[in-house]
Write a protein that binds this ligand. Structure first.
Ligand code: UDP
Length: 289
């Protein structure tokens, strides 16, 4: 397999040697200042759930939260990392919530389309937040919506990324009955990303619910098979299966900790990394408490 940095250099149109000879940062401690980082990953998919755009426990959009995420994305982007963001819609609507409760007046497929439209609303909020701090963006929608977004066209998305624009991917895959996690995995493969960064409100993947079990442990690394065998709830099963088949790594990390998006793209030890092979002895990190 071609190492990540060579794949990255091959894709980098401008100054490929910068990518090739960028220092490895795995060894850096979590306390190192963000200014000292270089991106380990050249191109990433950042999966943001809709709930990350709302205050904890609330619905809708909080522009405070959106602005905070936008500023973290800006810092990660400033390192030279190409970022495509897949936004969810759970803060507004998920298709599954209508199951059974609407007396089947709303068909399940329709409800999923409604969920996809919710992601477009979030994408537009994130776009304006990023543009207001000077970042060029493009919203690309999987459902044709000419008035507000470009259609998702793989080659055009790659071109935007190469030009340093942040691409915000809206409307999921455009197909019902899946979630934006699956979209993140699919787009990660289509756009030849190095990793899917799954932003969550917890520090990573635990062996059990850390709120209920004080002996729960946080994994530093996991392989896909363990995730599937232990039924660890990281992303939906279709997304995990896609990543496993194509050996696309996933990093589950806590975006609420300031600077963690920068740490994630820098390859620092943050969160839980899921990949085909783990390094012996590195699987278990710490007890949750
Ligand atoms: N959705 C869909 N197809 C897709 C992506 C999303 O049908 O490719 C629908 C689905 O109903 C989903 C909703 O859009 O529940 C919102 O997305 P998601 O649940 O992934 O949002 P998140 O949980 O990440 O906020």
């Amino acid at each position: 397999m071609i190492p990540e940095r060579f794949r990255a250099a091959r894709r980098s149109l401008v100054f490929p040697w910068k990518t090739l000879f960028a220092p490895r940062l795995d060894f850096m401690s979590d306390n190192d200042s963000a200014g000292a980082f270089s991106p380990r990953y050249h191109r990433v998919i950042l999966k943001l759930s809709g709930e990350s755009l709302a205050h904890a426990g609330e619905r809708g959009i909080s522009m405070d939260e959106v602005t905070a995420i936008a500023s973290q994305i800006k810092s990660a982007h400033a390192l030279g990392c190409q970022i495509a963001v897949v936004v969810g819609g759970g803060n507004i609507l998920r298709g599954a919530q209508f199951k059974g409760s609407s007396g089947e007046k709303i068909q399940e497929a329709t409800a999923h389309y409604m969920g996809m439209l919710a992601t477009v609303i979030n994408a537009l909020a994130l776009q304006d937040a990023l543009e207001s701090i000077g970042i060029a963006t493009r919203v690309m929608s999987a459902i044709k919506m000419d008035g507000v977004a470009e259609p998702f066209i793989r080659r055009r998305a790659i071109r935007h990324l190469e030009k340093g624009r942040i691409v915000i991917l809206a409307a999921g895959t455009g197909a019902p009955f899946v979630t934006t996690d699956t979209c993140a995995a699919n787009r990660g493969l289509e756009l030849d990303a190095d990793i899917v960064l799954k932003a969550t409100r917890v520090d990573g993947v635990y062996s059990d619910d850390p709120e209920k079990n004080p002996h729960a442990i946080l994994y530093r690394e996991l392989d896909y098979d363990t995730v599937i065998e232990k039924n660890l709830k990281i992303m939906d099963s279709t997304a995990i299966a896609q990543c496993r088949t194509h050996k696309l790594p996933i990093l589950v990390f806590n975006f609420k900790k300031e600077g963690n998006i920068v740490r994630a793209v820098s390859g620092q030890k943050v969160g839980t990394r899921i990949s085909p092979r783990i390094h012996p002895g590195e699987q278990i990190l710490v007890n949750a408490h």
